[in-house]
Ligand binder design. Structure first.
Ligand code: COA
Ligand code: MG
Length: 293
């Protein structure tokens, strides 16, 4: 999943537009972008949208962002949605791996009750929305086979901390949010799931989005959340390995395949050893997923 586009769960019009904007995944939102009074109607709408989407052969993955575990709303969210088998659930305000186990149990019960195959609904947490959550990021590793990725967020975190802003005047994140981003990246790597970069909310600022995509790719993120259809194409392009990068990775993998007895080799004037092979293999896998190889 390179691009994951948020769509407010109460907007039929935006859903229609989102379906064919090229996003790898849509996240139909029942949390922050839906007002309390509109939640019940949004559940019904999202349910119908998933039912319709599942009949389409080539479509984006469909995740639903439910309300947090302690909201008093999540039971009704899951009751309405699991029976129509969304591809995944995004869990906001996730605190630790135990929350994933807890949600997984709730999903398993509903899968069993509604003839949905056991374990098919994935979980993607937003893992840095409270200060407390930052101290348990290591606990996602091994929490559930449903875990399909791990994302981070700076907006709710800054509200939790009481920060006046989370960015400097040049647009870059202040230190506390750079730390949260890094920890989320490490947590995803430790759990061996996809690290997904957070949203870029200035949706008219193309350059700012590209700069964030480049920094995310450089650091190891494999995809990015989007809030506007215009952000999807740039995100997909940024997270699709270039032909040059693919050729370089192939050369590294091939050099080691041809010299299995060597630990370190020179490839095109660069020293490469085991970590480089692993990185090259991951790049080729990402390229394959993106249809670029
Ligand atoms: N998904 C699908 N369609 C979207 C969309 C989205 N996330 N964001 C905008 N659009 C559509 C608009 O409906 C509009 O459609 P139209 O041309 O048929 O009228 C078109 O794209 C252009 O939208 P634009 O006028 O540029 O933006 P806007 O002012 O209508 O919407 C937001 C701005 C921020 C309200 C909107 O992008 C949005 O709802 N984003 C998602 C918010 C969200 O889910 N937040 C929770 C996670 S942080
Ligand atoms: Mg939020």
């Amino acid at each position: 999943m390179r691009s994951l586009l948020f769509v407010p769960g109460d907007s039929e019009k935006k859903f229609a537009k989102a379906m064919d904007c090229g996003a790898d995944a849509l996240i139909l939102d029942l949390e922050d972008s839906v007002a309390p009074a509109a939640k019940a109607a949004a559940r019904g709408l999202v349910r119908r949208e998933i039912e319709a989407a599942r009949k389409i052969k080539t479509r984006p993955l469909i995740y639903v962002r439910v309300n947090p575990l302690d909201s008093g709303l999540i039971e009704a969210d899951l009751d309405a949605l699991v029976p129509v088998q969304p591809d995944g659930i995004m869990l906001p305000k996730s605190r630790h791996g135990q929350d994933i186990m807890h949600l997984s149990t709730k999903l398993a019960v509903r899968e069993a009750e509604s003839d949905v195959p056991d374990g098919v609904v994935a979980i993607l947490p937003i893992a840095t929305e409270t200060a407390r959550a930052l101290f348990d990021l290591g606990s996602y590793a091994g929490s559930s086979r449903r875990l399909s990725g791990l994302s981070w967020g700076a907006e709710d975190l800054s509200a939790d901390v009481g920060a006046h802003s989370n960015r400097l005047t040049d647009g870059s994140y202040t230190d506390p949010y750079r730390l949260a981003r890094s920890l989320a990246l490490f947590a995803a790597a430790a759990a061996e799931v996809a690290p997904i970069d957070t949203v870029f909310i200035n949706f008219r600022d193309k350059e700012g989005l590209l700069a964030e995509c480049e920094a995310a790719l450089r650091d190891g993120f494999t995809g990015k959340l989007a809030i506007h259809p215009d952000q999807v194409k740039p995100i997909n392009a940024a997270f699709t390995p270039s032909p040059q990068a693919i050729a370089r990775a192939r050369a590294i993998v091939q050099a080691f395949a041809e010299n299995p007895h060597l630990g370190v080799i020179g490839v095109n004037g660069e020293m490469v050893d085991r970590p480089h092979v692993r990185r090259a293999e991951r790049l080729l896998a990402a390229g394959k997923l993106a249809g670029a190889t």
